[in-house]
Design a protein around this ligand. Structure first.
Ligand SMILES: *Cc1c(COP(=O)(O)O)cnc(C)c1O
Length: 688
């Protein structure tokens, strides 16, 4: 952790991290001071499985071992690290400010009756993200003598929570940071909340007359509300509204670029993208506006080629194409003043700094440099004044500020331990399995795995035909697991693990049951296999000897997490500590501050989690700014139209009937009613 960056030279992602032998093969991002290199390579797609990476038991586990294992410096810098006590710490302003111990924070929040799962929002991180993004553009503008400004906007869809949007507007004030609305309800939020003079209000999404009128009238309130045309049909609507109100609107066009994004959101661009105007449609729009004497109103060009752009080459291709469209529009007589590059600025979820989908091979400074330099070049060439640059960076602003902490309720393990020796009188299949187990060595472990699997299958067939008893089958299965355990131990010591053993780690993994709904709190992990860093927040000075997958509270077999960040690709098990009987075990999911909250759903009626907003105080403490209690049972039941009082009444009537028929005692009936009524006002998660 030798990083010493300040906001002014600034980007959250470390650049001067030493390249260790382990990550030498990776594509390291471009130097901060330069524009990015064009070529990008694939993330090392090593065939080596998680088995080979699983660390061999070391004499003394240190926090450095945990740092490396969970890659916290890769994805967490400068906000998250591990302290000497083996706890995760949070430094909301990087190394410019104080830090706090996340484990202790959680314990003290629990004492305030804030149960897990708990979403903790660090307002200072949000502030730091805004500062860094603006600083990066300011630096690029100075570096390239760019004759224009940067005015970022936050796309509200990323996280619409009131406290967050309010903080964002507040922290963004010095930078005239604005908001982007992608729908009518988001426009309502933006109109009411954004009062910063000079900040932009970008109006995207499908629009009707009411939407357009509100956006035009907002100008009378002193707002710079820019209506971005996404469909040709919107052009006559804007012209009509402007005539009716007698006010000239500020209009932008969203162009469908032919340079495509890549990865999950790659289809946001291209000729068949859902939004935006094709080049012929843009020309048609120019004609329509000219006829209506509103060509001066056309001031902005916008594009959005998808979220989480992992390769800088894609960013560059898009800005190059868009810059040309921009200068051409200016040449055609439009009143061009703004170039809006949309979202897409990526987050390095796995900390690998590559163009893997969970990562990105550039930093914020490279991003800003490339945009500024490309636009300048295009404008200078054609003698067009340089526009105000806008980015709609959502993920990059909102992801880091929230940490979701949850506890483990229990575990399930495959049986391990040495089996009892098998006697000569036992069933042949059992003797075969024992023989396999007993003679297992480094030389034959691969072959032994196939033997053991085959014997186990035979044991099941024999059982199905009645030749093997239930206790014999149990014995055979125990022996099979014992073989697997031994094979896994050998395999973990090898540099190279044969393909056919790759699944063994997963088969032998423990299941950790977590007090969480993946559908509510990490919907993208379920829906689109997005990776988020997950790790314990304490005991990090202790070796995590278990390999586990996570199973959530829902009764849905998809309610699990079995993909975790890794230096090479993705790993299917997470190293965790064995549970201690009387001690809670806390895990946290990081970088989930964008999109997850609003896309979460009520599967199995697990509601919103508790959320708290924390800021650090100068005296090394912190204060709780807001507590947003999670949903109660009454609330989630209300979403599906159940009325709590009706429900209680139904239970009451049933207990009365049971009392009359003497099926329940008065005492038991009261206990049932009390529990029922009390639960209604409780959290939907299990209490810890
Ligand atoms: C979703 C979206 C964004 C935000 O994208 P990020 O990748 O999260 O920064 C910006 N602009 C538009 C038009 C969007 O649809």
């Amino acid at each position: 952790m030798g990083r010493r960056s300040t906001a002014m030279n600034a980007d959250a992602e470390s650049l001067d991290q030493p390249t260790t032998a382990k990550n030498q093969s990776k594509v390291v991002e471009a130097d901060q001071e330069t524009r990015s290199m064009q070529g990008d390579r694939e993330k090392v797609n090593s065939k080596q499985s998680a088995i080979a990476q699983a660390s061999v038991s070391s004499p003394r586990w240190t926090i450095e071992d945990s740092e490396e294992l969970y890659r916290i410096n890769g994805w967490g810098e400068p906000y998250f690290s591990i302290n000497a006590a083996g706890h995760v710490t949070v430094s909301p302003q990087g190394d410019r400010g104080g830090s706090l111990d996340l484990y202790e924070l959680v314990n003290s929040l629990k004492l305030r009756n804030l149960d897990l799962p708990l979403l903790i929002r660090f307002s200072d991180i949000l502030s730091d993200r805004i500062e860094r993004l603006n600083a990066a553009f300011a630096k690029a503008i100075a570096r390239y003598n760019y004759e224009g400004a940067y005015r970022g906007v936050f796309p509200v869809k990323c996280n619409q929570q009131r406290h967050l949007v309010e903080s964002l507007v507040k922290f963004g004030k010095p930078y005239q940071f604005g908001l982007e609305a992608g729908s009518k309800p988001e426009l309502m939020i933006a109109l009411a909340n954004l009062k910063t003079p000079g900040a932009l209000l970008i109006c995207n999404g499908y629009k009707d007359r009411e939407y357009i009128e509100m956006a035009i009238l907002a100008q009378q309130l002193g707002k710079i509300a820019i209506i971005v045309l996404e469909q040709v049909e919107e052009v006559p609507m804007v012209i009509a509204a402007s005539r009716k109100l007698g006010i000239s609107p500020v209009v932008g066009v969203r162009v469908k670029l032919s340079s495509k994004g890549i990865g999950r959101w790659g289809t946001s661009a291209g000729d068949r993208a859902k939004f935006g105007l094709t080049i012929p449609e843009i020309l048609q729009t120019v004609d329509l506006l000219r006829e209506a004497d509103l060509l001066d109103s056309l001031q902005l060009l916008h594009y959005h080629i998808g979220s989480q752009i992992s390769a800088i080459s894609v960013v560059k291709d898009a800005i190059r194409e868009a810059s040309q469209v921009y200068v051409e529009l200016a040449k055609l007589g439009a009143g061009m003043r703004y170039l809006d590059v949309g979202g897409g600025l990526g987050v390095d979820y796995d900390g690998s700094k590559t163009n893997f989908y969970a990562s990105k091979n550039y930093n914020v400074q490279n991003y800003a440099n490339d945009i500024v330099a490309e636009v300048k070049e295009a404008c200078v060439e054609r003698a067009i004044p340089m526009p105000t640059l806008i980015s709609e960076s959502g993920r990059a602003i909102a992801s880091h500020q929230s940490v979701l902490v949850f506890n483990v309720l229990g575990t399930s393990d495959v049986p391990t331990g040495a089996p009892d020796p098998v006697g000569a009188a036992e069933h042949l299949i059992i003797r075969n399995l024992w023989e396999t187990y007993d003679s297992l060595t480094v030389e034959n472990y691969q072959e032994a795995y196939h033997d053991a699997a085959q014997f186990k299958e035979e044991a099941v067939s024999l059982f199905n035909f009645g030749y093997v008893s239930l206790p014999e089958r149990a014995r055979a299965e125990r022996l099979f697991w014992a073989c697997c355990q031994k094979i896994l131990e050998i395999a973990r010591q090898q540099d190279y693990v044969p393909d056919d053993l790759e699944d063994l780690e997963k088969i032998m993994a423990s299941i950790y049951y977590i007090n969480l709904s993946v559908f509510q709190s990490a919907p993208d992990s379920w829906a689109i296999d997005q990776l988020f860093p997950i790790m314990p927040i304490h005991r990090l000075d202790e070796e995590p000897t278990k390999r586990a997958t996570l199973a959530d509270l829902t009764c849905d077999s998809d309610g699990k997490i079995d993909q975790f960040i890794d230096l090479r690709d993705v790993k299917h098990v997470l190293e965790l500590h064995p549970l201690h009987a009387d001690q809670p075990y806390y895990l946290a999911m990081f970088l989930g501050g964008a999109y997850q909250e609003i896309m979460g759903n009520l599967h199995n009626l697990f509601g919103d989690t508790n959320a708290v907003h924390i800021t650090l105080t100068p005296n090394k403490g912190y204060q709780i700014d807001h507590v947003v209690k999670g949903d109660t049972m009454t609330e989630v039941l209300g979403y599906v139209q159940y009325d709590s009082e009706d429900l209680v009444e139904s239970i009451r009537q049933q207990t009365e009937l049971a009392l009359q028929e003497k099926r329940i005692t008065l005492q038991d009936s009261q206990l049932l009613l009390q529990n029922y009524e009390r639960s209604l006002s409780r959290y939907t998660y299990l209490s810890s």
